[in-house]
Design a protein around this ligand. Structure first.
Ligand code: CUA
Length: 386
């Protein structure tokens, strides 16, 4: 029987290759969605469970693999083997051992898991609350600052929170099932139509924490990203104050012309608070991000494009060293990308399988066939939304 001996080296080589591949893929430095690089009390609770469990699993995995290799080598069929090796079926010690030991290990994991689930569900009653809405294909965030039941701040793509304080996120969906996931701050939580799911997050340090929709929700699911921006308390208060401010009617001639185009083309989906001429937009808009303070965000189009060049240089976490609240004043506006978006959104972010049939499917932002001059004027207006 020569066949088994030829198979043995390929089995060992395969196992080695698999191990090396797993090690290589698991060691990416600074991966923004790395679940082991947490920075919050919730992610710490998760790591306190998953790191020991992962460690035990690795040890067991190595032992099992080593045992398999040892047994395959030691007991492989030899050319002159005719008889079966001694049979161990029914050996009481072995049977008890490999039944009880795994049961014991799993019992420990089960207890740890249940405790962790309850720990994660704990949220202080006075925690700050943010309503999160998943929508094809972006995330909306609403803040009821005066707690009167209506949102005072409506923003998109980026949820701003105070660092070092717990925040309860109320997760909802406006269409299909999405899943809210900021790996550095907590686990995943589905956004299910008709339901509200709660998740507590707390970022220990100021910073930008990347997230990604993790439930397949249509063509641009992978392009449905979000960020949590944790600011020092004073910066957070300043952000809250600015976000409650209405947009001003532009004085610059180009921006004023841009506002007129906005009124004609954009208000059926996008709202801008406080500009008298688009007040009626409150009646009809809401299908797309509220743009009142567009320029205070670091991204647009569902978090996939940077609004400022600094974020594309070097460390994506520190926005080129510019404080988040100072982006509109100090950042280098990524004008080309915003113009490309206005020129043909479905080309930048797929909305329908066949872009020419957009109206039939009606998802995301359509190509409005704006002229270059209209785009220039619109951008001049959007730039004033700080
Ligand atoms: Cu939303 Cu995937």
């Amino acid at each position: 029987m020569p066949a088994p001996r030829r198979r043995l080296p390929s089995l060992v080589t395969g196992a080695l290759l698999l191990g090396v591949t797993l090690l290589a893929t698991g060691c990416a430095a600074d991966a923004p969605l790395d679940i082991f690089q947490g920075d919050g009390s919730e992610s710490q609770i998760i790591n306190d469970l998953q790191i020991p469990v992962f460690g035990v699993a690795v040890i067991i995995g190595i032992l099992v693999l080593a045992a398999i290799v040892f047994i395959v080598v030691k007991f492989r069929a030899k050319p002159d083997d005719d008889d079966l090796p001694p049979q161990t079926h029914g050996a009481l010690g072995l049977e008890l051992g490999w039944t009880l030991l795994p049961a014991l290990i799993l019992a420990f994991v089960a207890v740890g898991t249940v405790v962790t689930i309850f720990d994660l569900a704990d949220a202080p009653d006075d925690a700050l609350e943010v309503d999160v809405y998943g929508q094809q294909w972006w995330w909306g965030f609403e803040y009821d600052v005066d707690q009167d039941g209506t949102a005072d701040i409506v923003t998109a793509n980026e949820m701003v929170i105070p660092a070092g304080e717990p925040v309860v996120v109320n997760i909802r969906s406006r269409d299909v099932i999405h899943s809210f996931w900021i790996p550095a701050l907590n686990g995943k939580k589905d956004a299910v139509p008709g339901r509200t799911h709660h998740l507590t997050i707390q970022a220990d340090d100021p910073g930008i924490y990347r997230g990604q929709c993790t439930e397949f929700c249509g063509l641009s699911h992978a392009r449905m990203q979000m960020r949590v921006v944790a600011l020092e308390r004073a910066d957070y208060d300043a952000w809250i104050e600015n976000q409650q401010r209405d947009a001003e009617t532009p004085t610059d001639a180009d921006a004023a012309a841009g506002l007129e185009i906005f009124q004609g083309q954009c208000v059926t989906c996008h709202q801008i608070d406080g500009v008298d001429e688009v007040e009626f937009a409150a009646q009809v808009s809401g299908a797309a991000p509220n743009l009142t303070h567009l320029m205070t965000r670091s991204t647009f189009a569902g978090g996939i494009f940077e609004l400022y060049d600094e974020a594309n240089e070097g460390d994506p976490y520190d926005l080129g060293g510019i404080p988040y609240n100072d982006l509109p004043e100090q950042g280098t506006f990524n004008r080309n990308q915003l113009e490309a978006w206005l020129r043909n959104p479905p080309a930048e972010k797929p909305m329908a399988p066949d872009p020419t049939e957009f109206s039939q499917y009606g998802r995301g932002m359509p190509n409005l066939n704006l002229t270059e001059q209209q785009i220039d004027l619109l951008v001049a207006y959007l730039e004033t939304l700080k």
